[in-house]
Write a protein of this length. Sequence first.
Length: 117
Amino acid sequence: MLQTIHLFSYGTLQLEQVQKQIFGQILTNEPDILTGFKIVFIEIVDKNVLQTSGQKQHPKLIYTGNKSDYIKGKVFKINKKQLQATDQYEVSDYKRIEVILESGTKAWVYVDKDMTL
């Protein structure tokens, strides 16, 4: 049996065309919230990501530690192979960290590559 991995998405991974390209299917999801972060936007120059998402501006999370800062997003249940595919999609401006969401779910999320907690 494959291990279930939780992935919190707040941006382009929620787009159906991105999911079809990366995972070959539309993923089911649950709404959730990540506290202590805020969104900034960056310009993507990677041609593959631009073609997949159709968007030049992508959101990126930065840690504030402030409980009044929060991000609404979706939690996907994926497997290790799908997580590796997501790693390939995310450009070098991001890194993957594990967080605890408002629901208590432990999930991976992509944040600013230079961010420290």
